[in-house]
Design a protein around this ligand. Structure first.
Ligand code: GLU
Length: 446
């Protein structure tokens, strides 16, 4: 059987770290099983769904490299939902409810005050025909609930959580349709998963109780029930994910020069028994991906870990993987020289500004100018190699008796215009002999 997986974001906001992780889990499972990955846009809520978010979600997934094999929108599927709804209604599996939000709220409060779980009491099932007629005369329209089968215990073997059991009477019959006819998430999702032959539903554990009800919906629709994997949610270092961290998404990653690969390498392993490592090969991550390796404990997300991982990954990236984002003049050799000295790709620009110039020189003392003249003469006499910097500074140390800051700082300032920055031993070969000599001469005012 071919695996068919879906990622189903609602276009009511941007993708954030939590749903990027879910997208990645789905995508990896599809890759691992040579399955089919569907992007489903859950846009049944016309008020909160925005076209910009749809585009944003698509672009974010593309940036991450999480390509989908097919895609559709729930807003294209209203006829299918209507037909399934009519069938369930004819079978007595959905029923109209006339309670107002305030009435329901009051019921829940009463139950809670008695220390009971706020489970819906199915009051609507007792409404008489006269009562319903009276509501209708008042102008009330019903919302609709799915009627759980109280006699069928719900069980599934969750790929992450193991055996899950729910007693239906402990659950409220879920509201599936609002009084204005619009759909809530639960039923359309099940209809789509059934019609599209989804084999695995992979999502966060905040959906576990939904799954219990949705399993009965699959059965009521006469569809086969997919496998489920509910992963533990992400947490911050010290507990619940803060709003700021929780809403982190691709635009922040890009602003902070975090590579897509760093996000993938981290999220692929977070919450599993495998360590987060600076893996640049997705095939290796996919190969080791397994729901069995996920733990039940929340996965801890720390953006500083992501930064650190990003630096490690940048240090491993080949020129080919980054050249599109580098100044064209940075060839593979230059990249290899720069690579170990930067924390992220954004720093390449700082390096390159120094290499390209123009640089601004500080005021040098007469003494330093003499020193820079010696440096210039020594460098011009020296044969040029990758060791140019250590040869030059070694020679100057011996000939001038300077050491430490006095030895290095005027050279750095003359060659880069700055007091700190890239490792000079790495930079000098990239600058090249002519530029280095010109800058020294200029600083020494020769
Ligand atoms: N649109 C739902 C959400 O974003 C989908 C959940 C699911 O995967 O079924 O929570």
């Amino acid at each position: 059987m071919t695996t068919k997986i879906r990622f189903a974001p609602s276009p009511t906001g941007h993708l954030h770290i939590g749903n990027i992780r879910t997208a990645l889990h789905n995508w990896m499972w599809a890759q691992k099983t040579s399955g089919h990955f569907v992007l489903r846009i859950d846009d049944t809520d016309p008020e909160r769904s925005k076209e910009d978010y749809v585009t944003g979600i698509q672009q974010d997934l593309q940036w991450l490299g999480l390509n989908w094999d097919s895609s559709f929108r729930q807003s294209e599927r209203f006829d299918a939902y209507e037909a399934a709804f009519e069938k369930l209604r004819a079978d007595g599996r959905v029923y109209p409810c006339y309670e107002t939000a305030q009435e329901l709220d009051l019921k829940r409060k009463v139950l809670r005050s008695r220390g009971l779980a706020p489970v819906y009491d199915r009051g609507a099932l007792d409404d008489s025909a006269e009562q319903i007629a009276a509501y209708e005369a008042e102008g009330r329209t019903p919302h609709w609930r799915f009627k759980l089968d109280h006699d069928a215990r719900i069980e599934w073997d969750d790929l992450v959580r193991g055996l899950q059991r729910f007693e239906p009477p402990a659950l409220s019959d879920p509201v599936i349709r609002r009084a204005d006819g619009s759909w809530l998430y639960m039923l359309p999702s099940t209809i789509d998963d059934a019609d599209h032959g989804i084999t695995h539903v992979v999502r966060g554990e905040d959906h576990v109780a939904n799954t219990a009800a949705q399993i009965q919906m699959f059965e009521a629709l006469g569809a086969s029930v997919p496998s489920f994997a509910h992963t533990a949610l992400l947490m911050g270092k010290e507990g619940k994910l803060s709003k700021r961290l929780g809403s982190m998404g691709v635009s922040e990653f890009r602003e902070q020069h975090i590579e897509a690969q760093s996000v993938l390498a981290m999220l692929a392993r977070l919450g599993t028994s495998d360590p987060v490592i600076p893996e640049t090969d997705m095939a290796a991550l996919i190969d080791s991906f397994d729901f069995q390796r996920f733990g039940r404990a929340p996965a801890k997300f720390d953006p500083e870990d992501l930064m650190r991982l990003n630096t490690q990954i940048v240090h491993k990236l080949e020129h080919d993987a980054v050249k599109d984002r580098l100044p064209a003049a940075i060839d593979a050799d230059a990249w290899h020289a720069i690579r170990p000295n930067i924390a992220h790709l954004g720093e390449v620009a700082d390096w390159w500004a120094i290499v390209e110039g123009p640089i601004e020189l500080p005021e040098f003392s007469d003494e330093d100018r003499d020193y820079l003249q010696s440096a210039h003469d020594m460098l011009s006499a020296q044969s040029w190699s990758d060791k140019a910097w250590s040869e030059l500074t070694g020679g100057l140390k011996a000939s001038t008796g300077r050491k430490g800051k006095g030895l290095f700082m005027p050279l750095r300032q003359a060659l880069t215009g700055q007091n700190h920055g890239p490792d000079m031993g790495e930079l000098l070969p990239i600058l090249g002999r002519n530029v280095a000599l010109r800058r020294l001469a200029r600083a020494a005012q020769i």
